[in-house]
Ligand binder design. Structure first.
Ligand code: AMP
Length: 290
C-alpha cells in the first residue's frame, strides 16, 4: 500500500499541536533538519530516524541567517513538491516548512555563538555561517522538542558545532551523526551539486579522489599532515577551474589542524569547481588506532 503523505505544518503552533498528540500517545520523536532540495543523503537521515524513533519530523527551511549577502540564498534550489514526494516514499510522518517570518519574528535579535570548534575551516571561510546554523538549529530544537536529532557527517564541522552547543546549553536532545551518502562514482550528495554542469560534475570527483589519496597515503605509513595535504592539493589543482578554499587534516573533536597523524583524523576540504563551493571529508584511521 502506498504511504500516506506526511502532514504539512507551516507554523510553530501547528507543529506543536501535531507533536503534542504524538507525545500523548507515548511516542518518541526524531527530528531531521534540512534546507530541502532533498536527495539520498537527507533521506538516509529520515530512514535512521524511522529506525530509532516512533515518529519522524523533517524540517524544510532555507535559513537566511546562515548565508552571507554574497552567497546563494536566492538561487538555493527549492523543490518542495519533489521533496514531499520523496518524504512520502520514505514514510516521514510530519513536515515543518515555515516561512522566514515564522522563524525570525520581527525584532529577532538573539544569536547563538559556539566557540573554538566553530572557528577554523568553514568558520574562517564563512564568518557568519555557524552563528546562523546554531541559532536556527536551537530554535528548531525548541520548536519541536524532539528526543533525537539526525545530522549528516557530510557537514562534519557543523555536527561537531551542534554537539558542542547541545552540551554547553544543556539542550535535552540526543544527536546522531549519520554516514556520508555518495553517488556511485564517489561524489558526496549535496543540494548544491545541482549547480554543476555535467563537465563540472566530473571535475568535482577530484574531491573524493583527493580524500582517497589521503587514505592511501596513511595506509602506506605517511603520518606527516603537510606531506599529505600538499599531495591532495596537487591532485585537486590538476583539475581545470578548481580553487581550493582549504584542505586540512584536523583533530576530529576540536577541528584544530594536526601536524602529525597519531590517531583518527578528519581530512576536510572545501573546493570551488566552476564557481560552485563543495565540501567533503573523510576520517583517516592509521592502523595503530584501529
Ligand atoms: P542541508 O539540507 O544541506 O542543510 O542538509 C541537511 C542535513 O542533511 C545535514 O545534517 C547534512 O549534513 C545532511 N546531509 C547532506 N548531504 C548529505 C550526504 N551526502 N550524506 C549524509 N547526510 C547529508
Amino acid at each position: 500500500m502506498p504511504n500516506t503523505p506526511p502532514k504539512l505544518t507551516r507554523t510553530v503552533d501547528e507543529l506543536r499541536a501535531a507533536l503534542a498528540e504524538v507525545r500523548r500517545a507515548g511516542k518518541t520523536v526524531g527530528l531531521v533538519p534540512t534546507m530541502g532540495a532533498l536527495h539520498e543523503g537527507h533521506l538516509s537521515l529520515v530512514r535512521a530516524s524511522k529506525v530509532e524513533c516512533d515518529f519522524t519530523v523533517v524540517t524544510i527551511f532555507v535559513n537566511p541567517s546562515q548565508f552571507a549577502p554574497t552567497e546563494d540564498l536566492d538561487s538555493y534550489p527549492r523543490t518542495f513538491e519533489a521533496d514531499m514526494q520523496a518524504l512520502t516514499t520514505c514514510g516521514a510522518e510530519l513536515v515543518f516548512a515555515p516561512a522566514d517570518e515564522e522563524v525570525y519574528c520581527s525584532g529577532h535579535d538573539t544569536w547563538v555563538e559556539v566557540g573554538g570548534v566553530a572557528e577554523p575551516l568553514e568558520g574562517e571561510c564563512r564568518p557568519a555561517f555557524f552563528r546562523g546554523v546554531a541559532t536556527v538549529v536551537l530554535k528548531l530544537f525548541n520548536m519541536a522538542r524532539a528526543d533525537v536529532a539526525f545530522f549528516g557527517q557530510k557537514d562534519y564541522q557543523q555536527a561537531q558545532v551542534i554537539k558542542q552547543m547541545v552540551r554547553d546549553l544543556n539542550v535535552p536532545i540526543e544527536i546522531r551523526v549519520c554516514p556520508i551518502v555518495r553517488a556511485p562514482d564517489g561524489l558526496a550528495m549535496s543540494s548544491r551539486n545541482a549547480y554543476l554542469s555535467s563537465e563540472a560534475r566530473v571535475r568535482a570527483l577530484v574531491l573524493w579522489r583527493s580524500l582517497r589519496l589521503a587514505q592511501d597515503l596513511v595506509a602506506a605509513g605517511e603520518r606527516d599532515a603537510k606531506a599529505i595535504t600538499e599531495k591532495m592539493r596537487e591532485v585537486i589543482l590538476t583539475v581545470e577551474d578548481a580553487q581550493v578554499n582549504y584542505v586540512t587534516l584536523a583533530d576530529p573533536e576540536t577541528l584544530q589542524p594536526v601536524s602529525r597523524i597519531t590517531g583518527p583524523t578528519v581530512a576536510a576540504l572545501a573546493v570551488r569547481i566552476e564557481g560552485t563551493r563543495l565540501i567533503d571529508n573523510h576520517i583517516l584511521t592509521p592502523v595503530e588506532a584501529i
